[in-house]
Ligand binder design. Structure first.
Ligand code: SF4
Length: 509
């Protein structure tokens, strides 16, 4: 196990230094002094190296340029090919908050040996590195369970407590938050905040057009109109709308999917939070305030708080705790590449209603909520043996809120079970029955979730059983999977299923 790197400088603030802000460090809380000089570098090489979703490139560049416009004379904004090129033209002492990836962290630490640069402790999370490591040490040989970390954080930070006890007598309201979607197929809920684009957005879009036309970069997906907050003011407006109009309904249907409701009841705050525009404790305090004021029920508020200061922080700390090599784990020996139709987000090539709908939503906006990510996209990839490193890269590039620290533990550990159970106690693989229960996709699909073999065989149901079959010896040893694997013995059509799925491979279902 590897700990999060420690700062190179014990001081959190040196007023004389210029604060270098990365594109995910754009909030006020990444600065320490009024009027402090700021450096922001826009590196085109970042976008040239990999094929990002165009909406993601647009959002990040829009947020960086909006921040520069707010800072005015306080900022030096450098457009360059690489960070090194940009930094060559910057004199004087620099400071930077710990970046959010192992690669960027190594880069700034190398720079710190070459010039006057202090690497300060990270911001943007509820618990500190020391909080997490103290908790991890207290576990001894026990698993680093998210639920236990979350309860420790609630206690430590005094969130949703009555004295030392959880409000309402329970820590966890997941049981109340697993409702199927409304049968009507629509939500009776005000929509989320949607920003209005301005001249900066137009300028970014024109630049992306130019870079693409010149062959410098290549994107997937479509961008525009922008639907995620790119400034602090927009992020606060989005937070207001969620807390005042959508939080109350959030909990019960947080896992549900509807083909015509891409946002469902979700907050859409992960993108501005991961740009550094909102501090997670702001969200937590607002949500708890809504509960205390009687405007949102406990199950919704607890479910939201669990996502923001539980799961998000847990993933951040695991990213560092598990070390830089964790990303290359491949316990299920999965080596297939991402097929072209998925790499290109070609929803039109997909006949399966759930997968086609989710890929279409992703193509349109660079975002779908956690259940389509885990139980549709990730589920298809794990049951089809896609290389987990390629899956991690794909999720990082295609999602507006995807960063290395988010995607490595979420994909390698949670979604693809490539760590053999360090993060999740079982693989998140399932047949069509789960999707049928939690969405309205199956009713509009050419396939039948109950059918395994033949022209109407659901690709999720068929692939689930062949996944269990392929990994039966290994999965049988997992107590949470034994019963499922034993179910293979009841399948009279297993030979036909194997033949069918071998022929289908990773073709678009
Ligand atoms: Fe998806 Fe299968 Fe349902 Fe079609 S039948 S929507 S492929 S789960």
């Amino acid at each position: 196990m590897t700990a999060e790197p420690t700062p190179t400088s014990p001081a959190d603030s040196d007023p004389a230094s210029t604060r270098w802000l990365f594109g995910d460090q754009l909030g006020e809380h990444y600065l320490d002094h009024p009027g402090q000089p700021v450096l922001i570098i826009e590196s085109r090489a970042v976008f040239a190296r990999r094929r990002f979703h165009r909406a993601k490139a647009h959002l990040i560049l829009s947020a960086m340029r909006h921040r520069a416009a707010e800072l005015g004379d306080q900022v030096t904004y450098v457009r360059a090919n690489t960070y090194r090129e940009a930094l060559a033209g910057v004199d004087g002492p620099l400071s930077v908050r710990q970046p959010t990836s192992w690669a960027a962290d190594r880069f700034v630490r190398q720079l710190a040996t070459e010039r006057d640069l202090s690497v300060l402790r990270a911001r943007g999370f509820s618990s500190t590195h020391e909080d997490f490591e103290a908790w991890a040490r207290s576990r001894g040989s026990r698993r680093l369970l998210m639920e236990d970390f979350y309860r420790d954080a609630r206690t430590r930070l005094g969130v949703l407590l009555d004295g030392a006890e959880p409000v309402g007598g329970r820590w966890n309201y997941d049981h109340d938050n697993r409702e199927a979607p409304p049968a009507a197929g629509k939500l009776d809920l005000p929509g989320p905040y949607l920003p209005t684009e301005d001249a900066i957005d137009e300028e970014v879009r024109a630049d992306l057009d130019r870079w693409e036309a010149a062959g410098d970069v290549s994107f997937v997906g479509v961008d525009g109109p922008r639907v995620f907050a790119a400034t602090r003011a927009e992020a606060l407006a989005a937070l207001d709308v969620f807390i005042d109009h959508r939080l109350a309904a959030f909990g019960p249907i947080e896992d549900a999917m509807l083909a015509d409701e891409p946002w469902m009841s979700h907050s859409m705050l992960s993108a501005p939070m991961n740009l550094g525009l909102l501090d997670p404790m702001e969200l937590v305090e607002r949500a708890e305030g809504a509960f205390r004021a009687g405007s949102a029920p406990l199950n919704s508020v607890e479910g939201f708080v669990r996502q923001v200061m539980g799961w998000r922080d847990y993933i951040w700390h695991l990213y560092w705790h598990l070390g830089p090599d964790y990303r290359s784990r491949n316990a299920l020996d999965a080596h297939r590449p991402i097929p072209d139709w998925l790499a290109d987000l070609d929803a039109d090539a997909i006949g399966a209603a759930c997968l086609g709908g989710v890929v279409g939503d992703l193509r349109a906006r660079g975002w779908v909520h956690h259940i389509p990510r885990l139980m549709v996209l990730g589920n298809w990839m794990i049951t089809h043996g896609i290389d987990p490193a390629a899956v991690t890269d794909w999720f990082h590039r295609c999602f507006v809120d995807g960063y290395d620290w988010v995607m490595v533990p979420n994909v390698v550990g949670m979604s693809q079970h490539a760590d053999h159970g360090v993060v999740a106690t079982k693989p998140y693989a399932s047949g069509g029955a789960y999707i049928n229960r939690m969405s309205d996709y199956c009713g509009r699909c050419r396939y039948d979730p109950k059918v395994r073999v033949g022209p109407t065989a659901c690709p999720f149901t068929a692939a689930y059983w062949t996944f269990l079959d392929d990994h039966a010896d290994d999965l049988r040893r997992n107590p949470r999977m034994t019963r499922a694997v034993n179910g293979l013995s009841r399948l009279a059509d297993l030979d036909g299923l194997r033949t069918q799925e071998r022929a289908r491979g990773t073709a678009a279902p």
